[in-house]
Structures are given as C-alpha cells and as structure tokens.
Design a protein around this ligand. Structure first.
Ligand SMILES: [Zn+2]
Length: 136
C-alpha cells in the first residue's frame, strides 16, 4: 500500500504545479468549455475552480488526468458532503436497519448489549410461529 498522507514536499510541489496548470492553455480550454466535471452543468468561468480527483494530500498529482473543472458549488459541497452523507446514513441505519445498528452496539460493548439481542429475537420467532401454525 501507498502512504495515505503525502509528505509536505509532495504537497508543496504539486500545489505549485497546479498553479502553473491553471495558467496553461490546456486549463483555459477546460474552463472555456464551462462544464463542471461533477454536476455536468455549465457555468461561467468565474464560477469554476480546479479540483483534484485524488487530493494532493492523499498523494494525487497535478496532472491533466487528475485535475478537473469543478464549479464552486460542487467544490464547497465536496467539503461538507462527507458529514451530511454520514448523518443521512446514520438516520437510515437507525430507521430501516435497526438490527444492524444493534449489531454495531454489540461490537462496541459486547457485555452490556444482551438486551438488544432479546429484542431482535421475537421478530424472527414470530415468522417461525406463522409457519408452524399452518403445518399443524
Ligand atoms: Zn458542479
């Protein structure tokens, strides 16, 4: 595996390269097309920024393959998205996947969570009873 966090020298170097890439004709063409890589909508070039697909801090490079046009909206969303998505996931997990969240509880405190196991038991056994009633 590669290092998860790039060393400061790499970050400095790639950030400088990104600045130069922004001045390049290639980048002007990219921005000139006006399309955000992420949402696919068209923006005026003042609203477009450079986005690294693999962040420099994670070892990404300022190459043409790794740099895409990104609108400021998507760029700012990207920063917050993790938190929002996590919250939604958690709400989903509590509402729809209550058994799974109980399972996570088991992992965290193995000894105290016997009560949770009891609550998931009746739900299963009621299905079994329905079957046995028919067979009698
Ligand atoms: Zn966008």
């Amino acid at each position: 595996m590669y290092h998860v966090f790039a060393d400061p020298d790499h970050i400095k170097r790639e950030r400088r390269k990104a600045q130069e890439l922004r001045k390049s004709q290639w980048w002007r063409n990219q921005v000139g097309q006006g399309l955000c890589y992420h949402c696919g909508q068209k923006f005026s070039k003042e609203l477009l920024t450079m986005d690294h697909l693999v962040p420099i801090a994670r070892g990404g490079k300022s190459t043409k393959n790794n740099c895409v046009v990104c609108c400021k909206d998507c760029n700012s969303k990207k920063g917050h998205q993790m938190g929002v998505e996590q919250t939604i996931e958690e709400m989903r997990a509590r509402g729809e996947l209550s058994q799974e969240s109980a399972g996570y509880g088991d992992l965290e405190n193995d000894d105290d969570s016997t009560g949770d196991d009891g609550s998931s038991g009746p739900g299963r056994s009621s299905q079994d009873r329905g079957g046995s009633d028919q067979s009698e």
